[in-house]
Design a protein around this ligand. Structure first.
Ligand SMILES: *[C@@H]1O[C@H](CO)[C@@H](O)[C@H](O)[C@H]1NC(C)=O
Ligand SMILES: *[C@@H]1O[C@H](CO)[C@@H](O)[C@H](O)[C@H]1NC(C)=O
Length: 397
């Protein structure tokens, strides 16, 4: 059991259990990712849906197409609470570029709330979100746990990812660093660290890879499941601790009641009182400094909007539909796109992903692992299109 190989195998079994199934790539064999010309975006069934999608709750029968085009209540538009009042002063921002693009101009909705904070926890929001399963809502979750967690997010820092006033230069430049093998020997560390803010996620190994991935870290994004799995699976590559630093902020993706429980305990600085992480000390992951300012919570409406408009996978129409969600990397990149002025993506899946190892820190090349709950080919197509539209800069080689 001590050998790295076994640890990895155990992790895969673990991940397989939580995701119910691992796909072995054959799911995607019909997708020709190397085709030189992508089909026009407007004809893609996965993008450009005029209305947000209602993601059917688990156990609901999924007749093909039964939920497509269904309208949802516009509650989050009417009841989104106060928005951060910090408009960008950057002339060449993501917002400007997206709005100028005929296709993406129709997809982006920059008025969607990105984060959730105390004022969002109202009876109306509860009634609306309790009808959607995680991560898009609160179906089946304890009102007490969710409410007491969200109500702790009462600092002004919980309402925005960062304070624009600290970037007087105008344009806030962000790098989002995925863990893809493309970064091995890339020597992009300096370029990454030159950004104002750097997002990292899951098994973000830095030590020993500084030249390739840099050292700066402003945000670390995760679900409790992916964070703990990363500590197990990538321990052999030196990922023995969640990154910690004074100015580092943690972005919780609320994919399970575990995430709300861990977040609450982290702010309170106390062990997790119940559930599958019972007894876990949040300080072990996030360091000794416990305060609401340190933590951000993605809004379930934001996750719903991202999935419906940017990453509406065909997997939603399969028996795994209720498990599907965009990958942690995709959620971080899209979060950056809705908050930063300029966004560079490093270590994300590219058309030639087969040339690279799964992660940049593996010692020998391992093929990319496809999980049943993600759609990496759809994500790859989205990054390619955003890059071509000049909305992101995707690192490729
Ligand atoms: C947030 O809530 C906590 C606990 O209820 C309270 O002690 C604190 O003063 C509040 N902070 C702000 C900024 O309102
Ligand atoms: C990383 O890059 C080096 C140099 O290009 C190469 O020799 C090595 O095989 C790569 N490692 C993996 C895991 O792909």
């Amino acid at each position: 059991m001590g050998s790295p190989h076994w640890k990895r195998l155990c992790f895969l079994l673990l991940a397989g259990l939580t995701s119910s199934l691992l796909l072995y790539g054959h799911y995607y064999t019909t997708v020709d990712v190397t085709s030189p010309a992508d089909p026009p975006l407007v004809s893609s069934p996965s993008l450009l849906q005029p209305e947000p999608l209602v993601l059917a709750p688990p156990g609901t029968s999924r007749r093909a197409g039964s939920h497509v085009g269904q309208k949802v209540d516009p509650g989050w538009r009417l009841n989104r609470g106060p928005l951060p009042s910090q408009p960008s002063r950057c002339p060449l921002s993501v917002v400007a570029r997206a709005k100028a693009d005929p296709t993406f101009g129709e997809i982006f909705r920059f008025d969607t709330p990105v984060l959730m904070w105390d004022q969002h926890f109202t009876p109306e929001t509860w009634d609306r979100l309790k009808t959607r399963h995680v991560p898009y809502g609160w179906q089946g979750l304890s009102h007490t746990v969710v409410g007491s967690t969200v109500q702790l997010l009462n600092a002004s820092a919980n309402r925005h990812l960062f304070d624009r006033d600290t970037f007087p230069g105008g344009c806030v430049r962000c790098a989002v660093v995925g863990n893809g093998g493309i970064l091995n020997s890339s020597r992009q560390g300096k370029a990454i660290d030159a950004h104002d803010l750097v997002f990292r996620l899951n098994g973000a190994v830095i030590k020993g890879f500084e030249e390739d991935v840099g050292t700066k870290i402003s945000f670390y994004g995760f679900t409790v499941n992916t964070m703990k799995n990363s500590l197990i699976a990538y321990e052999e590559y030196g990922f023995t601790q969640i990154p910690q630093a004074k100015d580092l902020r943690y972005i919780f993706i609320p994919s399970d009641i575990r995430d709300y429980m861990m977040l609450k305990s982290a702010i309170q600085g106390s062990p997790v009182p119940e559930g599958s992480d019972k007894g876990d000390k949040p300080q072990k992951y996030f360091g000794p400094e416990a305060s609401a300012e340190k933590f951000k919570l993605l809004h379930p409406d934001f996750l719903q909007y991202l999935t419906a408009r940017f990453l509406r996978s065909e997997l939603l129409n399969t028996q795994y539909g209720s498990l599907y969600m965009p990958s942690t990397g995709a959620l971080m990149l899209l979060t950056a796109l809705h908050t930063c002025d300029q966004v560079s993506a490093y270590g994300f899946i590219t058309s030639n992903y087969e040339q690279f190892s799964d992660h940049y820190y593996e010692l020998e090349k391992k093929p990319l692992v496809f999980y049943a709950n993600h759609d990496m080919m759809l994500e790859a197509a989205l990054w390619r299109r955003l890059h071509r539209a000049g909305i992101i800069t995707l690192y490729q080689r």
